[in-house]
Design a protein around this ligand. Structure first.
Ligand SMILES: O=P(O)(O)OC[C@H]1O[C@@H](O)[C@H](O)[C@@H](O)[C@@H]1O
Length: 269
């Protein structure tokens, strides 16, 4: 099996990565959006809604949306930014020891005139996705190609697939393990570089570097019922834990920021 193949996901062009050990990932060019990640044991690790639009008409509900240059509605631009609804380019791919990787890029010429005018900076985003064994690694680079500084927020809005959100506990975000309750939408500023997600069915180590913050989100029953792209019970099946930079970070001309995220499932109970 080739490490990299191209085949649609819904109506969206997508890159399929297959590692020698059987780990797999699917990334749509729309959003450089990781929509599926299976560890080498064949287990799906990400929630992606069966009700999601998969035609480019709106952001995909699930997987790992790339949030840039604005978080949520904290600014004058598009909610969660334009990166998740823009068409990225595949710029590199292949095999590495025990894994398969692909790199995607987004630059101003990929944006519509309207979006480029609304965020008028010269920039380059690069997202590297690598799978192998039981691990997923994602690195987001933001390069300021402009002659002036710009500021941005960013997140990798990861929808972890869980058996039952009521069993979820997250270590590393306070003195006590964090439970989700009826609903949760919370920003944690200045988090430890390693969180642990206990989902009842197993344990995930979540490591982040460069991303200083983390967001935990689950919409709960009532909000989910009101969302057009989720089934009523879907809130039970995921928790979003998002490595993030919430307070806008300023990059000087010529500078590059990078944020790394690694998820390593573990059998530790
Ligand atoms: O519906 P969207 O735009 O994908 O956002 C989903 C959620 O994303 C989270 O990151 C936010 O903290 C929530 O407030 C928001 O509701």
């Amino acid at each position: 099996m080739d490490a990299i193949t191209l085949a649609p996901f819904g109506e969206l062009p997508a890159v399929h990565l297959t590692a020698a050990d059987g780990a797999e990932a699917i990334v749509t060019l729309f959003g450089a959006h990781l929509v599926s990640w299976k560890s080498a044991d064949g287990r799906q690790r990400l929630f992606c809604s069966a009700g999601s639009a998969l035609d480019g008409s709106r952001a995909i509900r699930g997987g790992v949306p790339v949030i840039f240059p604005q978080f949520n509605e904290r600014g004058p631009g598009m909610r969660h930014g334009f990166a998740r609804v823009s068409d990225w380019a595949l710029i590199d791919s292949g095999s590495v020891a025990g894994g398969a990787f692909a790199v995607f890029a987004l630059e101003p010429h990929d944006l519509s005139d309207e979006r480029a005018a609304a965020w008028p900076y010269d920039f380059a985003l690069r997202l590297r996705v690598e799978v192998g064994g039981a691990d997923l690694a994602m690195t987001l680079e933001v390069e300021n190609c402009d002659v002036a500084p710009f500021s941005f927020s960013s997140a990798l809005h990861t929808y972890h697939l869980v058996d039952d959100v009521a069993a979820v506990r997250i270590d590393g975000l306070g003195q006590q393990p964090l439970a989700i309750g009826d609903t949760r939408d919370e920003i944690f500023v200045g988090v430890a570089p390693r969180l642990v997600l206990h989902s009842g069915a197993g344990t995930l180590q979540l490591e982040q570097d460069g991303f200083t913050d983390a967001v935990v989100w689950n919409p709960g029953a009532a909000n989910t019922a009101a969302m057009p792209d989720m089934q009523d019970d879907d809130y039970k099946r995921f928790v979003c834990i998002e490595p993030a930079v919430i307070e806008p970070l300023t990059l000087q001309a010529g500078e590059t920021w990078s944020g790394r995220y690694r998820i390593a499932p573990s059998s530790i109970p």
